[in-house]
Design a binder for this molecule. Sequence first.
Ligand SMILES: O=C(O)CCC(=O)C(=O)O
Ligand SMILES: [Mn+2]
Length: 212
Amino acid sequence: MQDDLFTGNNQPQQFGATAYYLPGFVEQSAPSIIEAVRSCVRQAPLRHFSTPGGRKMSVLSSNCGEYGWVSDNKGYRYQQLDPVTERPWPEMPQVIKKAAIAAAKDCGFSQFEPDACLINVYSTGAAMGLHQDKDESDFSQPIVSFSFGLPVTFLWGGSRRTTKPAKIELKHGDVLVWGGESRLHFHGVKALAEGHHTLTSNVRINLTLRKR
Ligand SMILES: O=C(O)CCC(=O)C(=O)O
Ligand SMILES: [Mn+2]
C-alpha cells in the first residue's frame, strides 16, 4: 500500500511556534515522487520565472495541481493555465498529494487540501531570498515543503524581514511543515553547493505544496 512508503513514525521537530521539521519523511517514497515530478516537467517544462521587478529567478520552476504559482511583470499569482504551454498544469500525482497530507496531519494540520504544487529545481549557485508565501487566499492552510537530492541550508526568519534567520540543514527526503501563527514567516534558501546525488544528479528538487 502506498501509505507504507511514508516514514510517518518520525516525530516532527518543532523549529517555530507552529513550524515543524520531519527528517526523512519522504525518503522511502523519493524514487516514485521524483519519477512523478519528471513526468510533470515533461508536460509543463521547467522555466525561470521573472519577478515583477524584472529579475530572472535563479531557480527553475514548474507546477502540478489544479493551480500553479506563476510570476512575471504583472506580479505573483496562481493560475490554472500554464503560461508556457497555455494548457492546464499536469494533475498532482497522488504519491505527492498523499505524502503532503500525511506530513501536515503529523504536525496537527488535519484539514490540509493542497491544490497547488510548485516544483523548484536548484542547480549549483541557485538560491531563494527571504520572502513570505502570501499569494494564497486562506492562511489557515499550512505549507508543506519536500527536499530531494543535494542538501541545502534553509533559512527560517521571523514575521519581519529584519529578524536574523535560523539555519536548517535540509537533506534528501526531509519535509518542512509550517502554518498557523508561523504561516507568514520569512524563509529562503542559501545558494546550492556543487555536488552529486544518485537520484537527482547535480540538483536539488523542492516541492512546495499549498492551497491556493
Ligand atoms: O526551496 C525551498 O526549500 C523553498 C521554496 C520556497 O520557499 C518557495 O518556493 O516559496
Ligand atoms: Mn516560500
